[in-house]
Ligand binder design. Structure first.
Ligand SMILES: *[C@@H]1O[C@H](CO)[C@@H](O)[C@H](O)[C@H]1NC(C)=O
Length: 241
């Protein structure tokens, strides 16, 4: 059975396998994921220079921190909003390194949400708040409630990493009042919620899946990456069900 999208359980299994028998460290996957997000954003907005990268407390936020660093190197002016940096121990050390890397290249890191998200201060908002481990049933707690509200009402285009934040990984925006991103960068494979994505730009990133895992997870119908590209555009009907 070939498929183009993964459910939450399979997405988790695939991640566990990559970092178990696949031999990858989380840092490596995050670096490649973040790089692919930066490449996809540059493909869609070659001249948008001011980016607000909103980073959540988990791995999706880490992808955002990495993307912000690459985007600076690509010539953009990223600002990171990181309302809740993980504690300075355990995996927190790893996130602290990502923050140090941003500091060294003078990327501003905010911990409170700007009053307005408009064309006056930014061109694009990158949504790296919640990923495929998120479940909307618990609701969105402080400090992310404020920035989620501002992202819902902003006039700026939003680029979501892997999952539009606040959406159910499989059912999408069930309540109907969630984010409406203009862009989605699915990592490794689209998750089921991608069937409900109606924005203009859908990309696949995360070019690290070994061919044998592509086959095992029945993902061989996903379009191949061309040449040295880190991302590939997905046609809008690819994930319709
Ligand atoms: C892939 O498809 C085969 C055949 O339908 C199925 O048995 C298998 O469980 C699928 N693999 C995964 C990881 O879903």
């Amino acid at each position: 059975m070939r498929q183009l999208m993964l459910g939450q359980r399979l997405a988790q299994e695939l991640d566990v396998e990559l970092m178990g028998s696949g031999g990858f460290a989380l840092e490596q996957l995050m670096e490649l994921a973040g790089l692919s997000v930066a490449c996809a954003i540059a493909a869609v907005w070659p001249v948008a220079t001011r980016l607000l990268v909103v980073c959540g407390p988990g791995n999706n936020g880490g992808d955002g921190l990495v993307a912000a660093r690459h985007l600076l190197h690509f010539g953009y002016h990223p600002t990171v909003l990181y309302p809740k940096a993980p504690k300075d121990s355990g995996t927190g050390i790893f996130y602290k390194n990502l923050l140090t890397q941003l500091e060294k290249i003078d990327v501003p890191v905010l911990d409170t949400t700007p009053e307005t998200l408009s064309k006056d201060n930014y061109d694009v908002v990158v949504d790296a708040v919640f990923g495929f481990s998120f479940s909307p049933s618990g609701g969105i707690r402080a400090p992310f409630d404020v920035v989620m509200d501002r992202m819902k009402t902003t006039e700026l285009p939003i680029a979501s990493i892997d999952i539009p934040s606040g959406w159910d990984v499989e059912k999408g925006d069930e309540a109907g009042d969630g984010l409406r991103p203009a862009m989605l960068v699915s990592l490794t494979a689209p998750k089921l919620c991608a069937a409900h994505f109606t924005g203009e730009h859908h990309f696949l990133g995360g070019r690290f899946l070994p061919p044998n895992m592509r086959e095992k997870y029945n993902l061989t119908d996903l379009p191949p990456f061309e040449g040295t590209a880190q991302c590939v555009r997905l046609e809008s009907d690819v994930c319709r069900i």
